[in-house]
Design a protein around this ligand. Structure first.
Ligand code: SF4
Length: 351
């Protein structure tokens, strides 16, 4: 297939809102052994779906996902810079939600865009093409493939970073049953001697070899973790109630991103700094309504209110005591337990 078709595909990807696009082959990703070592060391915490035999084999060989795969189109879709939250309250009685979760759920919004790109390619070649697309949902090492498709390098914080754009973007991939010209891999490592992300991580979750210990990562603890948050880590969460942007916020490559490549406005649908006391009283119906089709729904009400209770404990403000006492009767044991911890913390502080 020609460079001409590739250019057209990249143009269509841009029209669909993707800010980076590159093609790589379905060969084994270069850092598969790092991934397997990470799993074997138990750094994936309770995310067992990352560790089973199927997950390992598919990540090592994208053709197990789509046997006809000849090329992989890797794409990047921007999300807001956490610095640019609309003016909202930022005192200690307000939480902080990770910037990727401010808009509608990207799994839903990117789906149509990826389907449009496939439809375009099929119309250009004149016949259906075997394909499979993912956006952080499939058994695929997407950052590895993105690096090999020329989109950027994997930073010490494990995010994919583009030298002009930074790292505030989602990755998506389309496995395609047609051969397309392969892009040059991104070989430079612009982290150099910088250690800002390692120094800033509140829980020291960042490990060597561009990996993270999920057991310590605040994003894992507040989103994927379905159980309790270890007591010794709770104070380190501060007011982070869903995800964490710290290792990206301190990264020098996110300080002056090329504005021309990013949207002027984003479709921000939630308050990035929610009122903690109000959130703690959300009923299941209110939670479902408020976060319908939003990434926060992933934590479920019990996980989100668990995080809210921890943030209130960390705020240490006695004004939260009535709301926390009410939460001692919550229908969810997880919420009750964390509310109890928060109350103790506030009372201890007052002594
Ligand atoms: Fe690399 Fe520094 Fe960014 Fe960390 S903060 S990812 S070390 S450039």
């Amino acid at each position: 297939m020609s460079q001409k078709l590739l250019k057209k595909i990249k143009d269509v990807a841009k029209e669909e809102g993707f800010i980076l696009a590159g093609i790589t082959s379905p060969k084994a990703p270069p850092h598969i052994s790092t991934y397997l070592d990470w799993i074997d060391a138990g750094r994936h915490a309770a995310m067992g779906y990352l560790a089973d035999d199927r997950a390992r084999k598919r990540r090592a060989n994208p053709r197990l996902i789509l046997p006809e795969a000849e090329s992989i189109l890797v794409l990047a879709a921007p999300y807001p810079d956490p610095k640019f939250a609309e003016a909202s309250e930022k005192d200690s009685l307000h939480g902080q939600i990770s910037a990727y979760a401010w808009e509608d759920d990207y799994h839903l919004t990117l789906k149509e865009k990826l389907q449009n790109i496939v439809a375009f390619i099929e119309s250009e070649v004149g016949h259906p093409i075997p394909n499979r697309w993912y956006t952080d949902t499939g058994p695929i090492l997407e950052r590895d493939l993105a690096q090999r498709a020329g989109l950027g390098w994997i930073g010490k914080n494990t995010c994919l970073i583009h030298p002009k754009i930074g790292s505030y973007f989602f990755l998506a991939e389309i496995l395609l049953g047609i051969k397309l010209p392969i892009d040059e891999p991104f070989t430079a490592d612009h982290c150099g001697t910088c250690t800002r992300c390692l120094d800033a991580c509140p829980t020291q979750a960042i490990l060597p070899k561009r990996t993270i210990d999920a057991n310590l990562c605040i994003s894992y603890l507040t989103i994927e973790n379905k159980g309790e948050i270890p007591e010794e880590l709770r104070p380190k969460l501060g007011n982070l109630v869903f995800g964490c942007d710290i290792c990206q916020e301190v990264c020098p490559w996110n300080q002056k991103p090329d504005r021309s490549s990013r949207p002027v406005r984003f479709g921000i649908k939630i308050d990035p700094h929610p009122n903690l006391i109000a959130e703690l009283s959300l009923t299941p119906q209110e939670f479902n309504k408020k976060f319908k089709k939003k990434p926060v729904k992933r934590a479920k009400r019990r996980g989100y209110l668990r995080n809210i209770a921890v943030a209130l404990g960390n705020a240490g403000d006695p004004v939260a005591i009535p709301a926390l006492e009410k939460a001692l009767d919550d229908i969810e044991p997880l919420v009750r337990d964390h509310a109890k911890w928060a109350l103790n913390k506030i009372k201890l502080k007052g002594k």
